[in-house]
Design a binder for this molecule. Structure first.
Ligand SMILES: C[S@@+](CC[C@H](N)C(=O)[O-])C[C@H]1O[C@@H](n2cnc3c(N)ncnc32)[C@H](O)[C@@H]1O
Length: 217
């Protein structure tokens, strides 16, 4: 995992945060053993708090992998809530189905295929929308989501500081430099896009690989 935090801060968060539920500990180990790009426990705990603050009942994920972030969100949802998982890879969703099958809680829907196509088939409102799929699709996904997010709901986006991008390169692009590649250009564009949107209030949180959170006014 390409964390932006120092080892010292990382150790602090491990000590300070609540111990993750057992299933999430198992899923963290599963992801790390396979080098799968999960958001990790610090971001997972942050998602749990964000969903709780939003009073979330419905969550939609663009890019769910094997269900790690979804399992975190689900810990904050009521039993009659709903979370929609999307992924290109059937095999990822099959693993997600196994893990989430061992967790009580909100209804989980597993949707193979392009996340945007799936999103268009669902009606809002959603209280939380996660963007964690192809970075060049973030702005379009945000625009698709904006009308389907409840007032007080949030759009969270992963990898705004690291992962497929380098922190210094994103900073340079935000300062007006020529982006070094498409991923960097896409992330810088997304950060500026949500920052300048009067309909949302946005902060970037340097946990994991950097998360942006935009609250709908
Ligand atoms: C970073 S991983 C998601 C990790 C997950 N959110 C977590 O933290 O547990 C990104 C996933 O998005 C999927 N993906 C990428 N582009 C997609 C798209 N357009 N539609 C659906 N899935 C997509 C990939 O197959 C991959 O499994």
């Amino acid at each position: 995992m390409n964390d932006v935090l120092s080892d010292t801060v990382d150790a602090f968060l491990d000590a300070a945060n609540p111990e993750p539920p057992e299933l999430l500990q198992e899923m963290t180990a599963y992801g790390r053993e396979r080098d799968f790009p999960i958001v990790g426990p610090d971001v997972g705990q942050f998602f749990r708090v964000a969903a709780t603050l939003a009073g979330a009942e419905r969550v939609f994920e663009f890019g769910s992998g094997f269900g790690y972030s979804a399992a975190w969100f689900r810990t904050a949802l009521p039993a009659d809530g709903e979370i929609v998982l999307t992924d290109y890879e059937e095999s990822n969703l099959a693993t997600a189905r196994e893990f989430l099958g061992r967790q009580d809680g909100a209804t989980a829907r597993f949707e193979a295929g392009d996340a945007m196509e799936t999103f268009r088939r669902y009606d809002g409102p959603f209280d939380v929308v996660l963007l964690d799929h192809d970075k060049p699709q973030y702005v379009d996904a945000f625009e698709a989501a904006r009308g389907e997010v409840a007032d007080g709901g949030v759009v969270v986006a992963d990898n705004v500081m690291a992962g497929p991008v380098e922190l210094e390169n994103v900073t340079s692009a935000l300062e007006g430099g020529e982006p070094v590649d498409d991923q960097t250009a896409a992330i810088a564009e997304y950060v500026e896009h949500v920052r300048d949107d009067p309909g949302f209030e946005t902060a970037v949180v340097p946990l994991g690989e950097g998360v942006s959170i935009s609250v709908k006014r």
